[in-house]
Write a protein of this length. Structure first.
Ligand SMILES: Cc1cc2nc3c(=O)[nH]c(=O)nc-3n(C[C@H](O)[C@H](O)[C@H](O)COP(=O)(O)OP(=O)(O)OC[C@H]3O[C@@H](n4cnc5c(N)ncnc54)[C@H](O)[C@@H]3O)c2cc1C
Length: 551
């Protein structure tokens, strides 16, 4: 029997966002009196753009505020001297299970291809170098038994601790009742326990050595090392594994930043109220307004946003998609707009750090073979050295290619935080020289390196959320805030969306799904509703929403 494809259907809120998006009835409609309503969207990342795009199609006027660059953490930085070649500084590998995200890629006519992850055919070959010992592999079968034991132990731990196969089958089948029956007890069991606790407490790892746990932390599953996530709540990791975020990932040909840019410029055919040819860009006179600096309710009860030039705009609703800490550090936000428990959740959000350093090279020289060993000259590389993950991007024979010399998180990212691109490159090349003593990587580099540390950027303060043990209630408060019917009037009208509001931070699909929740929230705030044949997330929430844990 063929399996249904995996999608990010829950597990906290099993709602089929992709079906909602593709239904011919559309997402919903507004009463005539609400057409042309002004809704501020703070942040023009993927969450703001998806939410604004869908609201525009319903007849709303989204007014964008953006402190930095359109696209946010979907940033494809062109190399100086060859703008067609880009470094993916934020999101770069998108699981096929991100059905909402892929819906927009397809709609905007963008192509994808498999991402060169460790041990995948797209990578060609992989080198794992730990404690100075190097293993070359084209498939998992080429690695020594220790690596197989680690992989099998993690699979066994997932079965033992999380009914993995059964729960994943329920997600594939989109059986919401079964998903909830299996997932909700796991929420109670694992919210307050770490990923490391899950590993060490499992029978499978208990029969193995410390070395096995250490190798698991360095090599992990699917996408590379996971020891940076060891302190996180196990629920975060289970969501990634269950919904297939760690497998079957694709990159966007030409750079993912094309997606936010095309959403901004796109003039949809099916659009209420606005004339044909209307786009977010045309409704915003070409460009977003500058940064939002103040978010208040005025004495008449209207929501106001003040931009960095002091201009004050009045709105029927506000969608806020910047990282939630920025509501405390960058935007003077009226405290009365949110309950104190929600403020607690927003401020307790915990971000992970991430640094990446890229260089452009003359061609994908790594495909050349070593005449003595027959191995590729260089491979996708996982190591315990400071580079941690090195990824190779092949744009075709004799075309300029890209190396992500280092993709690191948490303490590995902090090690290079104060260093500039040149110094980071020097350190990375030094580490790689120890793994590939005979390869002159530097000889192939063209132009200047590109680097990023998201935590040093005042518009982000971190790469993405990484929930700690005990954060489930905070996640629940933020995620569920789009359901505003029960809130006092003074707390209605501001909607939260984006990576850190979602249950699946670090995956753009979470930003998309929360953006769609916010679009539903704004639509119902303005008196609109979904077609009876195509109920939206808010219509399904009371029945299938996340488990409420007692305080
Ligand atoms: C290093 C890294 C790697 C990642 N890898 C992957 C991956 O491989 N696959 C995947 O699916 N996802 C990945 N992600 C996650 C993905 O990039 C995010 O989930 C997604 O881009 C978040 O979109 P967003 O709209 O929620 O937030 P953002 O993109 O952060 O958008 C928010 C916007 O708000 C703006 N802003 C901030 N302050 C203000 C203000 N005062 N006024 C106005 N605007 C403001 C910011 O400039 C920003 O543009 C990665 C992220 C990072 C950082």
């Amino acid at each position: 029997m063929t399996q249904q494809p995996l999608s990010m259907f829950g597990p906290d809120f099993p709602f089929a966002y992709d079906d909602w998006l593709q239904h011919p009835a559309g997402l919903g409609s507004l009463p005539p009196s609400a057409l042309g309503a002004r809704v501020a969207v703070i942040g023009a990342g993927i969450a703001g753009l998806v939410c604004g795009y869908e609201l525009m199609r319903m007849g709303v006027r989204p007014v964008f505020y953006e402190a930095g660059r359109l696209g946010g953490r979907l940033r494809s930085e062109p190399f100086p001297g060859n703008p067609a070649v880009v470094a993916e500084l934020g999101g770069m590998r998108f699981p096929q299970s991100s059905r909402g995200f892929h819906h927009y890629l397809e709609r905007m006519g963008l192509q994808t291809r498999p991402f060169p992850n460790p041990l995948t055919p797209a990578a060609g070959s992989t080198v794992i170098e730990l404690e100075g010992v190097r293993h070359y592999a084209e498939t998992l079968a080429d690695l020594p038994p220790l690596f197989h034991e680690v992989a099998q132990a993690y699979d066994a731990a997932l079965e033992e601790g999380a009914h993995f196969s059964e729960l994943q089958a329920a997600i594939r089948d989109r059986d919401a009742a079964r998903v909830k029956a299996l997932w909700n007890p796991l929420v109670r069991a694992w919210d307050e326990r770490t990923f490391y606790d899950f590993i060490t407490g499992s029978s499978a790892f208990q029969t193995l050595s410390f070395r096995h746990r250490e190798v698991f932390g360095q090599v992990g599953f699917g996408t590379g090392g996971w020891d940076s996530d060891f302190p996180n709540s196990m629920l975060e990791i289970l969501r990634v594994n269950l919904t297939g975020c760690d497998t079957d990932q694709h990159l966007v040909v030409g750079g993912v930043e094309q997606l936010p840019r095309r959403l901004w410029q796109h003039a949809p055919n099916a659009i209420a109220h606005w004339p044909t040819g209307t786009s977010l860009q045309s409704l915003n006179d070409g460009a977003p307004r500058p940064a939002a600096r103040r978010l208040y309710r005025d004495p008449d009860g209207r929501l106001t946003v003040t931009d960095s030039h002091g201009h004050v705009g009045c709105f029927d609703a506000v969608v806020c998609t910047c990282q939630s800490w920025l509501l405390t550090t960058a935007i003077d936000t009226d405290e009365a707009l949110f309950s104190q428990p929600l403020w607690m959740a927003l401020d307790r959000t915990r971000y992970m750090q991430s640094a990446k350093t890229f260089v452009m090279v003359d061609r994908p020289f790594w495909n050349d073979r070593n005449p003595h060993t027959g191995e590729q000259l260089m491979s996708m590389t996982l190591t315990d050295r400071l580079t941690r993950g090195t990824y190779l991007f092949d744009n075709g024979p004799d075309q300029p290619a890209v190396i992500c010399l280092s993709y690191a998180w948490m303490s590995d990212a902090l090690k290079v935080l104060p260093l500039d691109a040149e110094k980071r490159t020097e350190l990375a090349l030094g580490a790689l020289k120890k793994i590939y003593p005979d390869v002159d990587i530097a000889a192939h580099i063209r132009g200047n390196p590109i680097t990023v540390s998201w935590e040093s950027d005042p518009n982000f303060l971190g790469a993405f959320k990484g929930a700690l043990p005990g954060h489930y209630r905070y996640n629940h408060r933020m995620y569920g805030h789009f359901m505003q019917q029960g809130l006092p009037q003074s707390q209605r009208g501001v909607f939260l969306a984006g990576d850190d509001i979602s249950w699946t931070p670090a995956w753009a699909e979470g930003a998309v799904q929360t953006a769609l929740n916010a679009a539903w929230g704004v639509m119902s705030h303005l008196g609109g509703r979904c077609d009876n044949d195509n109920p939206g997330p808010g219509d399904a929430y009371l029945e299938w929403g996340p488990l409420g844990l007692e305080d």
